[in-house]
Design a binder for this molecule. Structure first.
Ligand SMILES: NC(=O)c1ccc[n+]([C@@H]2O[C@H](COP(=O)([O-])OP(=O)(O)OC[C@H]3O[C@@H](n4cnc5c(N)ncnc54)[C@H](OP(=O)(O)O)[C@@H]3O)[C@@H](O)[C@H]2O)c1
Length: 337
């Protein structure tokens, strides 16, 4: 089968698109899917470059998010038929993560455990479904399971133009929050406003903390005034302490990653003086994915898709992510020539 295969860590040229990678062989409790759409995540760049603490078995096929059609069913699988349209929960609880420890979606076919299958509702396309698990599932859990965003609250979203970010914007608007979105170009800011952001900041041109203080006032130490209620920050690096300075007393600072650096300078004075809640959030639960599919089917959210590329152009897609030129999700369609 055609697949994008990684033989060792390094730059993007370590990923090779081949036409004759061995087809998967179905086992008990498993199915084989013809992959119609697989979305790229920043995680795929970490997989290509190598992440400390994670040993990726080589050769590896990246691609965590997978949507497609069942083409083969192994012994013992019940309730599923050839031709069923399915979204894959990327996390196999015993075997690990698709596209990292297990062969992922950047291939024409993919082997999946029965318990990972989620039916795609009518009206939801393969590309829309494939946009959801990693980025949208994580955004949903951050805002509503670990965080507690609600109507009328102010949320500042850094990296708002990316996969996780665009979903945070949509979900926050959906529940009636006021959204302040940060991105690195005028074009991205315009698109974020179209997506529903109330206010936008180009944080490469001005310090976002200054702008937050100008709009909402400096957070008060002994009152619940000024600043924002929540900051979504998976950027890390030099954005971390400024994020604390934006939060009103009792505000929530939530992280699920560290695109720009995992060991930022911090300032404990803000945490105790303003009684800040620093929250971590990791991955998604099955309910997040089912709820997101329902929201898409009902037209309540529509995943922001930057473009759909054939598998042979996977390097172009990953380069867009590495160079911060993406708005929303890049989808790879392995069946597209
Ligand atoms: N823990 C989990 O379960 C989990 C799940 C999903 C994602 N994550 C993490 O969340 C982060 C975002 O993932 P994603 O897939 O949404 O990525 P993405 O689509 O590439 O979006 C990331 C955004 O961050 C901004 N950014 C700021 N500084 C950056 C830098 N130094 N390098 C690259 N981008 C930078 C970029 O927007 P601007 O150029 O506009 O600033 C970019 O659009 C990643 O760190 C990822 O590992 C974690």
């Amino acid at each position: 089968m055609r697949a994008a295969v990684l033989y060792g860590h390094g730059e993007l040229d370590q990923l090779v698109v081949e036409d004759d990678f061995a087809d998967p062989v179905v086992g008990a409790g498993q199915v084989i899917i013809a992959v119609h759409a697989s979305s790229l995540n920043y995680h795929d760049l970490f997989t290509v470059r190598g992440m400390p603490g994670i040993k990726v078995p080589m050769p590896a096929i990246p691609g965590l998010d997978i949507a497609g059609e069942i083409i083969e069913i192994g012994p013992g699988v019940s309730g599923w038929s050839i031709g069923d349209r399915v979204l894959v929960d990327p996390l196999d609880k015993t075997r690990g993560l698709m596209g990292e420890l297990l062969h992922g979606g950047l291939a024409e076919r993919c082997l999946v455990g029965e318990e990972q299958l989620i039916r795609i509702p009518e009206g939801v396309g393969y590309a829309q479904a494939a946009a959801l698990p990693v980025a949208y599932g994580t955004a949903h859990r951050m805002l509503f399971t670990n965080g507690s965003l609600g109507a009328g609250q102010r949320v500042l979203i850094l990296g708002a133009s990316g996969g996780v970010g665009t979903c945070c914007v949509m979900l926050a608007k959906m529940v009636g929050a006021e959204v302040i979105a940060c991105a690195s170009s005028a074009e991205k800011l315009e698109r974020l406003r179209q997506l529903g952001a109330d206010r936008t900041i180009d944080y490469t041109k001005e310090r976002f903390v200054k702008q937050i203080h100008a709009w909402y006032g400096k957070p008060a130490r002994r009152a619940y005034e000024g600043g924002v209620d929540m900051v979504i920050n998976y950027t890390g690096g030099d954005t971390w302490t400024d994020s604390m300075r934006c939060l009103k007393r009792g505000g929530q600072l939530i992280t699920c990653g560290a695109t720009a650096g995992f060991d930022p300078k911090t300032d404990l004075r803000y945490i105790w003086s303003f009684e800040l809640k620093i929250l971590g959030s990791n991955s998604w639960a099955r309910e997040d994915l089912e709820e997101l599919l329902r929201l898409v089917a009902e037209g309540k959210i529509d995943p922001a898709i930057d473009r759909v590329l054939p598998l042979r152009d996977v390097h172009e897609g990953l380069r867009l992510l590495a160079d911060r030129r993406v708005f929303g999700k890049v989808i790879i369609a392995p069946d597209r020539r």
